[in-house]
Design a protein around this ligand. Structure first.
Ligand code: ATP
Length: 294
């Protein structure tokens, strides 16, 4: 059995009357690349912040590298890019990298880090003058500065263009290939598909699914077939129905078969539309919750 680098046991975290996490138990093993997925407000950032020692649980326990995430010695073994970072605007990129590296005994080589994250050309630039995407790249690079065993990346590529996003994926893959462990949150299914081997889906503070990418991809293959019909037809393979005005949305794992069945019924329909459901919609359906209108 591989070593557990981070763990929550029955962790609940509330903010006033809001339950952000509800009895979450999760183990992160050495060498894993785990994607945390879930709709807005699901509790992903709260979970990352608990692992990183930035928040404490209301109840339950959080372990990091065999100890408490509040212990600075444990925290030196990890890297974190929170969802929002405030970088000192007056510092130059190189100074900022050096400042962070100085906190870690085994920090990575400055030039190598800058190269890995495409920051070499920006080394002398003041942070305040960087574009949003450049700042984000720097914030992610800093998570790797201390040569961590485990990195937590909370929506690392938000605001990055396609090229920068792909470059960052390569850097994450390289880190993982060299033995690093990664936990990342993302709203982009594509990003989780590109990187994660294990996917943990969180909704309303609970772990809804924790499985391999392949298994979760199967769950997500839900399509929405939308038609205008006098009344909702009873068709095989429908796993969810929503009515919105005169439009009926039929959720199914096999849109082609559903459309064939629909034609065979002879029901007069119009305005046929077929589209993949978003990840959020798919999981709402799969977990038996009420899907929100599109
Ligand atoms: N500091 C806080 N004070 C009050 N409520 C909070 C605080 N932080 C988070 N919450 C609430 O806890 C819940 C979970 O939030 P969290 O940020 O962990 O979700 P998330 O899955 O990361 O969402 P998103 O995808 O939108 O970033 C939400 O209802 C949020 O409003």
């Amino acid at each position: 059995m591989t070593e557990i680098l981070a763990r929550t046991v029955e962790v609940t975290r509330t903010y006033g009357s809001v339950t952000a996490l509800d009895r979450v138990s999760l183990d992160i093993h050495a060498g894993e690349l785990v994607g945390l997925l879930g709709p807005n407000g699901a509790g992903k950032s709260t979970l990352v912040n608990l692992f990183a020692g930035l928040r404490r649980p209301t109840s339950g326990t959080v372990e990091l590298l065999g100890g408490s995430p509040l212990d600075p010695a444990r925290r030196r073994g990890i890297g974190v890019t929170p969802q929002e970072t405030g970088l000192p605007p007056a510092l130059r990129v190189g100074e900022c990298v050096d400042f962070v590296r100085a906190h870690f005994p085994g920090a990575v080589d400055r030039g190598e880090l800058l190269d890995r994250f495409g920051l070499a050309d920006l080394v002398k630039r003041q942070i305040g003058g960087l574009s949003g995407g450049q700042k984000r790249r720097l914030a992610v690079a800093l998570a790797f500065a201390g040569n961590p065993r485990l990195v937590f990346l909370d929506e690392p590529t938000t605001g990055l263009d396609v090229e920068a996003r792909h470059a960052l994926w390569d850097a994450v893959r390289d880190f993982h290939a060299a033995g690093g462990t990664v936990v990342l949150t993302s709203h982009y299914l594509e990003e989780i598909e590109a990187l994660a081997k294990r996917v943990v889906v969180i909704g309303e503070g609970r772990v809804l699914t924790d499985d391999t990418m392949e298994a979760v991809r199967g769950l997500v293959g839900v399509h929405r077939v939308t038609v205008t019909v006098p009344e909702t037809p009873d068709l095989p393979g429908v796993i969810g129905v929503e009515r919105e005005g005169d439009r009926t949305h039929l959720l199914t794992a096999d849109a082609d078969a559903l459309v064939r069945e629909l034609v065979l019924t002879g029901v007069p329909f119009s305005g046929l539309e077929v589209r993949p459901t978003s990840l959020e919609e798919a999981f709402l359906v799969i977990t038996g919750r009420e899907p929100q209108p599109a």
